[in-house]
Write a protein that binds this ligand. Sequence first.
Ligand code: HSE
Length: 315
Amino acid sequence: MTTYKQVTAFAPATVANVSCGFDIMGFAITGTGDKVTVTLSDSPDPVVYLSGPYGHLIPSDRDKNTAGVAVNAYLKETGNNHLRVGLSLEKNMPLGSGMGSSAASSAAAVFALNYLLGSPLKTIDLIPFAMEGERVACGSAHADNVAPALLGGFVLIRSYSPLDIISIPCPDELYCAVVHPHIELKTNDARRVLKSDISMADVIKQSANAASFMVAIARADFDLLGRSMHDLLAEPRRTQLIPGFEIARQNALKAGAVGCGISGSGPSIFALCKGKTVAMAVAEGIQQGFSEAQLESDLFVSALNAPGTIIIQAN
Ligand code: HSE
């Protein structure tokens, strides 16, 4: 088993919920993500060293930082509490973006640590530790960002207890447009607006859409995919928190999107598209919608079979 003294990992941004899969579906995208360096050290270090454009906005206290909490959970659960590791986080992703910013930090941290120790755990077994990072970030240990951030591609969480994670291969021509408007929407605020009780009629519609979404992916049936992309749990309550949402969605559909919804808890909007060219036009349409709401934004276009967390340096 090869072990290292210092390892750096990169974890990608992710789109969670994917309309009909609240808390149970997510996928990785290319274009942005966070980097974490884990270093074996001789002395305890309660601080996460922060850099990158958004590093100054997050806590450096290891017990409050998502990367720190995920690493602490790994060390505790694997009986490695005696190990001293230094942590540096290059925070490239904006907070409260709906693109899995906290998940990218947690995923990169546990992946780098596991590699440093000679990869005793499989990537899928790192998910519960990264989920602890989500718990400290927003009060809910959901896996729909951390699982795809670690594993890459499209992921379905069939069960949280016990955790049952399934990777779903997607058609190669399936692309995603994600547009991030420059406002912050905290996940815990976006969860607070959710209804606590759901009607039986809505449960039936939501489960039918989630099931048909999976069939559509398996059959590369883009019409069925579009018909399945409706959310009755979160989106009806959350769109009011996102200026320009309705125009942006209409623009996406006019530009040829298969379906369009809120990325994670927002404010980013994502759309699934057949082919990269359509996805580019759709992203521009969404961006135009935000600009009509006086919001600047960044756009990302990615295939759905995007890589998960990777090692970028190991010494
Ligand atoms: N499933 C989570 C939510 C994702 O919608 O609250 C947060 O990124």
